[in-house]
Structure formats: C-alpha cells, structure tokens
Design a protein around this ligand. Structure first.
Ligand SMILES: C[S@@+](CC[C@H](N)C(=O)[O-])C[C@H]1O[C@@H](n2cnc3c(N)ncnc32)[C@H](O)[C@@H]1O
Length: 253
C-alpha cells in the first residue's frame, strides 16, 4: 500500500501538479519540489527573471521554478552531467527556459551581475559554510537581487557532540548542518547582504522522514528516516535563508 502524502499535498499545493514517480526517480535526498515551493514563498520571482539554481542535482527545482514562475533558469550542478539534465529538461518541454550547466560552485562560468536570483536547494551546505563563499558568489548577482537557500539544518546549534539520541545515525558530514541563527549571522557578517528571512519549516522533520520512507518503499533506497523520526523535530529539520544584495557594502564609505 502506498504511503499517504496528503499532509504534504496540503502544505505544498503547487507541488501536487508534479508526478510522484517522477519525484521519486529524480530524488537525491529530501523532496526537492516541496522544499523549492517552501523557498519560493519567501522569494520575489517575476516572469523573465534570470535564476541560478546552484547544486540543482537532477534539476527538479529548476523545472518547478521555470513552470511555476516563468523564470529563466541556469541549472548548475557538479555530480550530474549537463547532458543528463538536458534530457530531463527536454522531456519537461522547457529547453527554451532552462540551461543545464556542469560547473563547480567555486569556478562558475557566468558574467558579473548576470542573475536576478540565486537559489540552492539541499546543496548550499556542501560548499557555502566557508566564511568567504557567499562574498565570492555575490558578484554574479545584480544589486538588489536575492539569494535563497533551503538545506537540512539544526533547530539550535549544539556545543560539540550531537545529542545522544542522534549519535547512532550521525554522519560526519552533518557537521555542515546549521541553525537559522547561525546562517543569518554567517551571511550578515559579510556586510554585502541584508538577511530578510532565516527560519525553519514547520514540521519539516515530518516531510523529511516521510519522503525518505516513500523512496525506501518505492526504490529500496534507505535514508535517514529512522533517525529523523526518533528526533521528532527536536534537532533536525529544514532551514530557509533569504537575503538581498546591498547597493553598497555595510561598512565601507
Ligand atoms: C543532495 S544533492 C541535492 C540536489 C538537488 N538540489 C535536490 O534537492 O535534489 C546536492 C547537490 O549539490 C551539488 N554540489 C555539491 N557540491 C558542489 C560543488 N562544490 N559545486 C557544485 N555543486 C555541488 C551536487 O552536485 C548535488 O547534486
């Protein structure tokens, strides 16, 4: 019997248009369509805007943004070759609106001030926790443009060790999970951006665990469901951060 997604369908109405099997087949972790809808609620997206989707994976977020908001998207990824994403983009009928690019986040092949918006779904924590990363990314964005991310994160930072109940399932690279306050400070201290949103998806852990169970049931892919269910929102969930590039840096005259 198929797991019941109705609570997610209620929370993410735009996402209900997207085929469940397509989302399972292209899944690389949390449901990218749901978290892109969550992010889009805090962005100002207008038709024709140029959007960089950084770490787009199998480009489901790019397809969602192009369809829902009529924006033009550069679907940029490292692990997934551009040719593979091109096939998916063609199948979605969006070759006129989405450009697949294979590039590493530290050597992006774009002109200065090219993008109106930069988004990153379940990807920014892989490269963006470096103190200087956001400052080096800023030149690709137009002044007044927005950057927005959603990543797995922590409700609160902990001093050193993860809580005991999480330790059995804790992977070393969860060290890049951070709280909304952490991300807000991390971006704020660069002085190039005004942080507008740094918050938490209500009941995010339920969507995380549920989608892991769906993929487990459909494709036999084991995720983090057990750990996330044990935690039940005490620590783990999804952080959303949105900021606008300032006209001038905060501390320079
Ligand atoms: C967990 S996957 C998420 C993919 C997609 N956004 C989604 O939600 O399904 C993380 C993605 O980040 C990308 N990524 C990780 N490190 C990167 C880097 N240094 N430069 C560019 N992309 C990177 C990977 O290629 C991968 O597709």
């Amino acid at each position: 019997m198929q797991l019941d997604d109705s609570f997610a369908r209620e929370r993410f109405p735009r996402s209900t248009k997207y085929d469940r099997d397509w989302m399972i087949a292209n899944s690389m972790g949390p449901n990218a369509v749901w978290i892109t809808e969550f992010l889009s609620e805090a962005l100002e997206l207008k038709p024709g805007m140029k959007v960089l989707d950084l770490g787009c994976g199998k480009a489901m977020s790019s397809i969602f943004l192009a369809r829902e908001f009529s924006v033009e998207v550069w679907a940029n990824d490292l692990w997934i070759p551009a040719s593979v994403n091109e096939t998916r983009i063609r199948e979605a009928g969006l070759t006129h609106q989405i450009h697949a690019v294979h590039a590493e986040a530290h050597s992006l092949p774009y002109e200065e001030a090219f993008f109106d918006v930069i988004v990153s779904l379940d990807a920014f924590h892989y490269f963006g926790t470096d103190d200087l990363y956001l400052g080096n990314l800023a030149p690709f964005l137009k002044k007044g443009g927005q950057i927005g991310i959603v990543s797995p994160g922590l409700l609160r930072e902990f001093e050193r060790d993860p809580p005991e109940h999480l330790q059995p399932g804790w992977a070393w690279d969860f060290a890049s999970f951070h709280s909304p306050d952490w991300w807000s400070r991390h971006w704020d201290r660069i002085g190039k951006f005004d942080v507008q949103t740094a918050d938490w998806l209500q009941d995010g852990w339920k969507f995380w665990a549920h989608w892991d169970r769906v993929c487990e049931e459909a494709a036999g892919v084991k995720g983090d469901a057990e750990m996330v269910e044990t935690d039940a929102g005490r620590t783990l969930g999804f952080v959303r951060v949105v900021a606008t590039l300032r006209e001038t840096e905060r501390w320079r005259s």
